[in-house]
Design a protein around this ligand. Structure first.
Ligand code: APR
Ligand code: PHB
Length: 397
């Protein structure tokens, strides 16, 4: 079997890349190790930048998002029992974000592939990527109990941090940057209307808490917990009591409680692999970079990568020029490192590391006070949160 672009991974990056390539008449095959139900229900992020919404609309996967997505014009920072709202449109020339779960993005993209009969193979486990430095790289995978080989013009690793593509780049030819944070998040889904119209990011002496949402009837909340926390240690009442303590604020705000339907612990890590290309192998999304979720950048970075990459493949097909493809890694890494810094800033400003000296806590509160008092500081946060247009980043590179 041969294809122009072999895509490893059927998460947001791989699925969107497949859609965008097909719009340019470029054939591809998507190999996903899990089954459809698993990838459609894997709880992940929920904030879409405008550029992400634009990309989903452009490939024909934006219809339900338009109908069901929630448009948000700001977030609330809560600290020292005070509340401060950061308004996005007034600070960013009209930009805002959308709340729409990644699970729903994945469902919409899979449904689109199904309608268009894309070669999307579930339960196809890729075991090796070979020939990166040749003009005919190949992918070895098992599917329906058979060992198979897919030869490609190019292979794009959209297989996440634990996939096989990143390590198919020889260690001597890549640089891996990493930072592990001394805490994790306990995330819950609850069948209760959100107690807020916009997201609340809370800094408290007991640790970080985040109030997000999935719809007007389902809340998504997170608690900072020690690394290695077992969700079983957190019965529902303990979770709600701790959230109450961390969201404490002067005034008459109340956190509504309800049945918790999903509970999981996710570790916090930053990582970047450079370059995002080696010969005819390219990396996109989590396969190339990981951000802590505090900045809501993971999904949006994956989308930005594949939008840039799809344009590069389209240029190659239409003009035989590889200029954009040759610039792919540098173009994406500018945006990646900006997002890495913003995610690091949000994480280290809002989380109270259990071992941190009181001096660090005072610095965090001084930074939060600065955002509350200065339009310039608030604009810096708002611009990073809503994200820059992808074309702008591409032009700058
Ligand atoms: N063979 C085939 N598929 C694989 C393999 C393999 N060897 N290894 C991993 N995969 C699949 C995983 O099952 C997963 O569905 O690759 C997919 C990678 O998807 P994601 O991890 O969602 O990564 P990405 O598409 O880059 O999207 C990034 O997802 O993890 C979140 O926070 C992250 O929001 C961000 C987004
Ligand atoms: C979410 O809704 O899952 C979410 C929102 C904002 C974040 C992280 C996660 O920063």
């Amino acid at each position: 079997m041969h294809t122009t672009v072999g895509i490893i991974g059927g998460g947001p990056a791989g699925l969107l890349l497949g859609c965008l390539l097909r719009r340019s008449g470029i054939d591809c095959v998507i190999l996903e190790s899990r089954d459809r139900d698993y990838v459609e229900h894997r709880q992940r992020a929920g904030i879409l930048e405008q550029a992400t919404v634009d990309a989903l609309r452009a490939c024909g996967a934006g219809e339900r998002l338009e109908r069901e997505g929630l448009v948000h014009d700001g977030i609330e920072l809560r600290f020292d029992r005070r509340s401060h709202r950061v308004d996005f449109p007034s600070l960013t020339g009209g930009r805002r974000v959308w709340v729409y779960a990644q699970t729903e993005v994945v469902k919409d993209l899979i449904a689109l592939h199904e309608r268009e009969s894309t070669p999307l193979r579930f339960q196809a486990q890729v075991t090796a990527v070979e020939g990166a430095d040749t003009d005919r790289p190949l992918v070895r995978f098992t599917h329906q109990g058979r060992d198979q080989v897919l030869t490609c013009d190019y292979v794009v690793g959209c297989d996440g941090f634990h996939g096989v593509t990143r390590t198919a780049i020889p260690a001597v030819s890549r640089r891996d940057y990493e930072r592990i944070y001394p805490y994790s998040w306990l995330g819950i889904l609850a069948d209760v209307p959100p107690s807020c119209d916009e997201l609340i990011y809370a800094h408290s002496p007991r640790g970080f808490a985040l109030h997000s949402m999935r719809s007007t009837t389902v809340s998504r909340l997170y608690l900072q917990v020690p690394n290695g926390t077992d969700p079983a240690e957190w019965p529902d009442e303990r979770i709600w009591d701790e959230l109450d303590a961390r969201f404490a604020v002067d005034g008459d705000w109340k956190l509504e409680r309800g049945p918790i339907t999903d509970k999981s612990v996710l570790p916090m890590r930053s990582s970047v692999t450079e370059p995002m290309r080696f010969g005819r192998i390219l990396l996109a999304g989590d396969a190339a970079h990981i951000v802590p979720p505090t900045g809501a950048k993971g999904l949006n970075l994956a989308v930005a990568d594949v939008v840039v990459l799809a344009r590069a493949f389209a240029q190659l097909k239409e003009t035989a020029s590889s200029d954009l493809l040759d610039a792919y890694s540098d173009t994406c890494l500018r945006r990646v490192w900006r997002a890495e810094h913003f995610s690091y800033f949000m994480t280290t400003t809002l989380h109270t590391d259990p071992e941190q000296p009181p001096f660090e806590t005072r610095l965090q509160l001084a930074q939060l006070d600065r955002v509350a008092a200065s339009r310039h500081a608030a604009a810096e946060l708002a611009e990073n949160y809503v994200g820059l247009p992808i074309a702008q980043i591409q032009h700058e590179a």
